[in-house]
Design a protein around this ligand. Structure first.
Ligand SMILES: [Zn+2]
Length: 278
């Protein structure tokens, strides 16, 4: 099963055949939305709208633990995370597709960001926060679906939102060498790693944030316009990428917790099983 988390603008996946909708209960409360199951080019796909049906959840309110847990419980092993982002680099113009390879966390620490705690401690590696194999699949899919200029590798700056950055912040992030800015990769990517899922992001540039002097400051309306065309591009890439994902290939993501658990009590194995079901 392949999971797709749709971001701003992508609230359903009308590419799916034989759809059914399921409501998954989790120990972390309900996911953002009911999950749509269906088939795309012979592959089983589970689609979840990150901000809920009708876009009701701010980035801070997105229940990422419930979302990742629910997908995993449905048998998902690969997660494609689609998101709208601002650009911090001249030339990464609105409409460009980006497959990021790094994240800098500028959220404010209010989002539950781990499945561990409560008697079970583990420190998974986030050195490479996105699955390299799934990233390669996304880039190949972008190329073959006519988006040859998709950008391979970028650092995603995740801010708390829901407000956009101040101009000073935007310049600061640029001075740090960050490339794109959004509000949702944290803690989603880390939770996917803890759940031992392959996770990669397809980021769709909607605007130049507010640093770009020749551009008007970003407004929600400008973002919405570009988002509509970006969503068409995202659907094209998703339709292609599902045919490329090789379930048998082992990239290490599914062993992310091996050797990461520090808890030395006999309870640890049972807690791990309880939390992740394997
Ligand atoms: Zn992987």
């Amino acid at each position: 099963m392949i999971g797709v988390i749709g971001g701003s603008g992508l609230y359903d996946l009308d590419l799916l055949d034989g759809v059914e909708t399921v409501r998954v209960k989790t120990p972390y409360g309900p996911p953002s939305s009911d999950i749509t199951l269906g088939t795309l080019h012979g592959r089983r796909v589970a689609f979840l709208a990150r901000h809920g049906a009708g876009h009701r959840l701010t980035p801070t309110e997105v229940p990422s633990r419930a979302n990742v847990y629910a997908l995993r419980r449905l048998g998902v092993r690969h997660v494609l995370a689609v998101s709208a982002v601002g650009s911090l680099v001249d030339g990464y113009a609105p409409g460009r597709l980006v497959v990021p390879d790094q994240i800098v966390d500028r959220t404010k620490g209010v989002r539950p960001a781990t499945f561990f705690g409560d008697g079970l401690v583990a420190h998974v590696s986030m050195a490479a926060p996105f699955c390299p194999r799934l990233r390669a699949d996304l880039l190949a899919a972008a190329k073959s679906s006519g988006h040859d200029d998709a950008i391979d590798g970028a650092t995603y700056c995740c801010i708390e939102g829901p407000q956009f950055s101040t101009r000073a912040e935007s310049h600061l992030y640029r001075s740090w060498g960050l490339h794109i800015i959004g509000m949702t990769a944290v803690p989603e990517a880390a939770l996917a790693r803890e759940a031992q899922l392959c996770y990669a992001g397809l980021a769709l540039v909607t605007d130049y944030d507010c640093w770009h002097e020749s551009e008007e400051p970003v407004t929600a309306d400008m973002v919405a316009q570009t988002m509509r065309s970006n969503v068409i591009a995202a659907r094209e890439v998703l339709a292609d990428v599902v045919t490329r994902i090789d379930d048998a290939a082992d990239c290490g993501c599914r062993h992310a917790v091996d050797g990461a658990v520090l808890t030395a009590t006999p309870e640890a194995r049972r807690l791990l099983h309880e939390r992740f079901g394997d």
